[in-house]
Design a protein around this ligand. Sequence first.
Ligand code: GLN
Length: 447
Amino acid sequence: EDVLARIDEVEGDVKAYLTITRDEALAQAKAVDEKIAKGEKISFLEGIPGAIKDNICTKGVKTTCASKILENFVPPYDATVMTKLKAENPVILGKLNMDEFAMGGSTENSAYHPTCNPWNTECVPGGSSGGSAASVAAGTAIWSLGSDTGGSIRQPASFCGVVGLKPTYGRVSRYGLVAYGSSLDQIGPVTRDVTDCANILNIIAGHDDMDSTSSVAEVPDFTKALVEDVKGLKIGLPKEYFVKGMDPEVEKAIRMAIEKYKEMGAEIVDITLPHTDYAISAYYLIAPAEAATNLQRYDGVSYGERVEGEDLVAMMTNTRTEKFGEEVKRRIVIGNYALSAGYYDAYYLKAMKVRTLVAEDYAKAFEQVDVILAPVAPTTAFKIGEMAGDPLQMYLQDACTVPLNLAGLPGISIPCGMSSKGMPIGMQLIGKALDEETIIRAAYTYE
Ligand code: GLN
């Protein structure tokens, strides 16, 4: 009731939600209340209200991906993360706004409305999981799930002053996550602190037969990593991540965090990730190529909305022309171009080679260090509309977040300061594959 009251109070300004399942939420909460009254034991997440990014399939609850093409899509099944969550009996408040099909970094690409940053409603909350971060920051959800293909959990967490973790590729099942870039996508938690983050990761992680890329590696108890100890921990600082055009206040906050780690006994090591510069170009070929392929299914027949036409081709053309937003169409065009005969070798294949080089950079660096510390984004949250009409400028925002998706590595974004204008600054800790524990420990110690 408290959280729903908070929604009534601020949701009109923040607009983090696309669907609020108020009655179901109250019924779930009541059931937990009754359990408590009977003296029954409850689990960590039981009764705790959270919300879900709208590209994660929720049985019986609309899942739109913030797109008009899925305006009325009600999944007949739950994503694996939902099945796992529901076993813990949390309260699910509803579905959260995002950039259409998770393409963007500001939530302005939602076909419905932008979400506003709770710290300053003139600013974006980041994206694409803008609703996931804004709801946790505004107190309209206690925890949430987001998805991260190239930074979509970490960058909004950074812009909204909350914690966001992108797990190792394969750590969390993608079954029921509407596909954007299938070789990059991961679901992860957005929370107020690192403790909540570890607890939610415990629930959603693990092998799933329904996802052929799901890792079979054993899942540790991530709460065991909640220890304050970075003595002797080797933290790498990649010089390439302190990019040109970076806001000096962001850089200062990161440098202060480094000093704090030194004081706490960590060893700071300068490292180089020489192919970082090429990561954005590779990402913006690979992600659109996969997106173009994945989005072929929205043809007016199998899924979602249909706009009639005089024949089959006209119907499909009308449907896709009318129901996809500008950014989604841009990426379909880029992706199909990069994959087309005659261009494949020059673009897609080349990008895949760069992807390997980026992954090798990390592998080499991790021979020397335990974690890598870097900024999340070059700036704090920018004004709504400031980058509209400048997609290239928007893509450059992802310089520090996309490289680790290319390599499949885990990364966590945690708050590390405030700008003079009162906007949160985040920092990123990047880990070895399947070593979320070390970044959780480093984040917890800092926090
Ligand atoms: N901003 C990046 C993009 O637009 C990342 C999005 C994401 O991680 N889903 O593709």
